[in-house]
Design a binder for this molecule. Structure first.
Ligand code: BG6
Length: 517
């Protein structure tokens, strides 16, 4: 058994029997991700023989009705269609517990009694908090006061999984960390950032540190700058409007997912592939980020909101006309930010981060752009169809494509066949689908298995989550009116964001790398 959460990640079977209680069991996440993920783990033989899943929510269901409902979700969202036999075998492990966390003071006592007494429920406990963030503190305190948190020295274990957002800013994240740590040991807390469960995100470390040929180039001597893009085509579907309008893109994507990508591409090799060694290195990156001084956010960050436009050939409304969005909302749906990492490796190499809703294409990628060779000995040609032009020399680029078309692309110059000495940009491509056809494991599947196995490598530690907030805090402060009022820029849905997003480039020649260009 592993209490410290320091084992190396792997996809081996979990052995300890466990009961996973999901708070918010009737919510979207449970349907779309958690149940299909758990089902898939079970179907692949990765869960122990004895386990139970208890759905906790205030809607009145019997366990039978809950199972039928979850069967529907699994049929709809599992990556491969389930066989009746596999589904039936999984559903036997599901239970429902009716309770109202907010209104009923007896809800926890009833849950505890059931978890302790029901022989069908194994006594290692996982609690998954898939509820509104303002309930996290109360839930953790109540679990502890009702004896549902074991000490880290108990041979039986308990773990708590906390969904994002973890706090609304640095102050609230600190307060939440304090309350978590008053009741739980750090090794019992699993703060989810589902980007870390993505296969291609994990591959960033393998690619950098399992090969001797790339990482020696990852430094200020060879790299000109790095761009990290997470572009989405979705808007406010599935009734998320109210949540999103109160959250905005900085809290929803930049503070967590993009910060993690930044850490993985910039961190030093860990001493070992253990949870703490990896997280120590990530924290060091965040600690090296130069804080944006008050009053200097302009020129370092740009925010935008989408107007009506066309995405994937379909007309879509402006953000302000989406369901459950205030008609005069000032919430940003796009952000671009320059980050300077002042450490030995990266000093002077800017990192440009951007993410937004309703952009041209769904793509998440990291582009490492190298410096040009010191002399331009060749003419560079670029061709569109049969028409070729002389252009500026093209720098080498290494692109980690996180999604879709997961893979890695290396762009470099090669001599064009012919009597003239000219070069053209060519691509060497590694595609997951070509090498390993089939579906990549879902991020949640991976993360759920890690919680069950007690491996916290792919979860965010308390100091890490605070360090992430520290990086975005100056931007939030500026945009939420405490220091200055920065403009909100507009972009039509289906574009690559507001043109002003290019204003953060230190070098006049740089532009965003948009995948189709
Ligand atoms: C979630 C955000 O964390 O990540 C969503 O709350 C966003 O707004 C989603 O759409 C993106 O995840 P993925 O896996 O589709 O890139």
């Amino acid at each position: 058994m592993n209490h410290s959460g320091t084992s190396a990640p792997g996809s081996t079977r979990a052995h300890d029997p466990f009961t996973l209680t999901i708070f918010g069991a009737t919510g979207d996440l449970t349907h779309r991700k958690l149940m299909p993920g758990l089902f898939s783990l079970h179907a692949r033989g990765l869960l122990p023989d004895q386990f139970a899943i208890v759905g906790f929510a205030r809607r009145s269901y019997t366990s039978e009705a809950f199972r039928a409902w979850m069967a529907e979700s699994i049929r709809r969202f599992a990556p491969t269609p389930p066989s009746d036999e596999a589904l039936h075998s999984f559903l036997r492990h599901l239970h429902y517990h009716l309770g109202d966390l907010e209104a009923d003071p007896g809800a926890f006592t009833a849950l505890r009694d059931r978890l302790e007494r029901d022989p069908a429920l194994p006594k290692n406990w996982i609690f998954y908090l898939s509820v509104k963030a303002d309930l996290f503190e109360m839930l953790i305190r109540s679990l502890s006061e009702h004896g549902l948190v074991r000490t880290p020295f108990d041979p039986l274990w308990s773990r708590v999984v906390i969904e994002k957002p973890f706090g609304r800013d640095l102050e609230t994240a600190r307060a939440l960390n304090r309350s978590c740590l008053a009741h739980l040991d750090e090794s019992q807390i699993y703060r989810i950032d589902h980007y870390l469960g993505k296969e291609t995100v994990q591959n960033i470390l393998s690619f950098r540190f399992a090969n001797a040929i790339f990482d020696p180039l990852f430094n200020r001597q060879y790299v000109d700058h790095i761009q990290i893009t997470a572009a989405e085509t979705v808007g406010m579907e599935s009734g998320r409007g109210a949540f999103y309008d109160a959250t905005g893109v900085v809290r929803d994507m930049l503070q967590n997912h993009l910060m993690q990508l930044l850490c993985l591409v910039a961190m030093e090799p860990p001493a070992r592939m253990t949870a703490d060694a990896i997280r120590n290195e990530k924290v060091k990156v965040l600690q090296s980020v130069v804080p944006i001084a008050p009053g200097c956010v302009d020129g370092m960050a740009v925010r935008g909101q989408y107007t009506a436009g066309t995405v994937d050939g379909r007309p879509v409304p402006a953000y302000r006309d989406e369901e459950r969005i205030a008609p005069d909302s000032g919430t940003p749906t796009f952000v671009a930010m320059r980050v300077d990492v002042a450490n030995w490796r990266w000093s002077g190499v800017p990192f440009y981060l951007r993410t937004g809703k309703r952009l041209r294409r769904r793509v998440t990628e990291i582009v490492v752009q190298f410096r040009l060779p010191p002399l331009q000995l060749f003419e560079t040609v670029e061709c569109v169809g049969d028409v070729c032009d002389l252009v500026r020399a093209r720098p080498n680029r290494l692109i980690f494509r996180i999604q879709p078309a997961e893979g890695i692309e290396l762009r470099f110059s090669a001599k064009r066949p012919g009597l003239q000495v000219q070069v053209e940009d060519v691509v060497m491509d590694f595609l997951y689908q070509e090498k390993w056809p089939g579906t990549l494991p879902e991020a949640y599947e991976r993360l759920l298995l890690d919680v069950i196995r007690g491996d916290s490598t792919l979860f965010t530690r308390s100091d890490e989550v605070e360090a992430q907030w520290r990086v975005v805090q100056p931007v939030l402060r500026a945009w939420e009116g405490r220091d200055e009022a920065a403009p909100l820029c507009w972009y039509p849905a289906g574009s690559w964001g507001p043109p002003e997003a290019a204003s953060i480039f230190a070098n006049y020649d740089t532009d965003w790398h948009n995948p189709e260009s």
